[in-house]
Every structure is written in C-alpha cells, then in structure tokens.
Design a protein around this ligand. Structure first.
Ligand code: 5GP
Length: 187
C-alpha cells in the first residue's frame, strides 16, 4: 500500500489551527488522520483525554523523550508537548494522510527528519486579531496571554521555512485553500 502524506499544520497559538483542522476533517476525500499529541498542560474544561491530547505528568513525558518515543517535542509557555511516533508511523503505513497540529520548534524538528512533509503555516490577519482570539477563548490568565503573544511574534518570523503560508481570515476560505494544497500534493 502507498504510504500516506505527513502534513504539518503550524502557526501561533490562537490562530485557529484547531478550527481549520476540524473543517478539513469533514472532507473525507482528503483521507486525513489526526495525530493526538501528548502534553503536560492541564486539560481545559472542554477537552477530553485521548481525543484532544494525552494528558500526562512531567515524569511520563520526560521518560518518553528519553526512550526516543516522540517524533518531535517542545516546551511551550511552561508545558511540554510532543508527538508519539509509533502511532504516526502506523497511520502513514496504512496510507492515511497524517496531520500534526504543532508549534514552530516541533515543526522545524519534523522538517529536518522528514523533508518530504507537507508544511503549512497559518497566519492571523493581524496581531490585534490574534490577541482578540486568544482572549476570546477565556481559558488563559493575563500573564499567559502576554507570553503567548510574545511567542506568536517570534513564531510568525519563521513562516518562510514552510512550503505554504495561509492566512486564517475566514475559516472556510482557509480550509478550502489547505484542502486544495493537499489535493495538489497528493499523487
Ligand atoms: P495549547 O496549549 O493551546 O493546546 O497548545 C499550545 C501550542 O502547542 C499550540 O501551538 C499547539 O499547536 C502546540 N502543540 C500541540 N501539540 C503539540 C505537539 O505534539 N508538539 C508540538 N511541538 N507542539 C504542539
């Protein structure tokens, strides 16, 4: 069976990666599977274990890193995040197109290991709009909002490392652009 495509969907926190991803997953013709990440962050009230993330303690996470079980990992605003490797390999071997929804440091690691990965960076229409979206989520304290915005300014500077940059002004438009990119890269 032909292996699936590895797709990195990156961009600053709050840009709407999750919302765009959910729209993409409604299109079955794209043959997508989601790689559920592992994190030491505490779950938000809306999040479910094993659906949004595998929520683990720091020791478990560090053990996984030491055993080489993560394809990539990063520390992001006080917490660890990483991609369990075995599951991604399994899905790719089953011919699925696997989406990693990850921040920049992790994306850069995957680009080095898997140069054929399809890499997409989502940018907000403006930094003001990004801040509005992070605040609108109402899940982060003022300090964390500030840290996430500082991080976003740095992350946006790396956008040229990606094969495609898509502006998330309107979710449906962004979704359609990305769907088109996936179709074009699918041989
Ligand atoms: P949040 O705490 O908002 O869920 O995620 C914070 C950031 O970490 C987001 O940019 C999110 O895409 C990213 N992230 C989620 N999972 C992973 C992962 O497995 N690896 C990396 N490097 N970043 C991740």
């Amino acid at each position: 069976m032909k292996k699936g495509m590895l797709i990195i969907l990156s961009g600053p926190s709050g840009v709407g990666k999750g919302t765009v991803r959910q729209e993409l997953f409604k299109d079955e013709s794209l043959n997508l599977s989601y790689s559920i990440s592992m994190t030491t962050r505490k779950p938000r009230p809306t999040e479910t274990e094993g659906v949004d993330y595998f929520f683990v303690d720091e020791k478990t996470f560090v053990d996984k890193v030491a055993k080489g079980e993560l394809l990539e990992w990063a520390r992001f605003v006080g917490n660890y995040y990483g991609t369990p490797k075995e599951h991604v390999d399994k899905l790719l071997n089953e011919g699925k197109n696997v989406v990693l929804e990850i921040e920049v440091q992790g994306a850069l690691q995957v680009m080095k290991k898997c140069p054929d990965a399809l890499t997409i960076f989502l940018v907000p229409p403006s930094l003001e709009e990004l801040e509005k979206r992070i605040r609108g989520r109402r899940t982060e304290s003022e300090d964390i909002v500030k840290e996430r915005m500082d991080k976003a300014r740095k992350e946006i500077k790396t956008k040229d490392e990606y094969k495609y940059v898509v502006t998330n002004d309107d979710v449906n438009v962004a979704k359609e652009k990305i769907a088109q990119i996936i179709r074009e890269n699918q041989q």
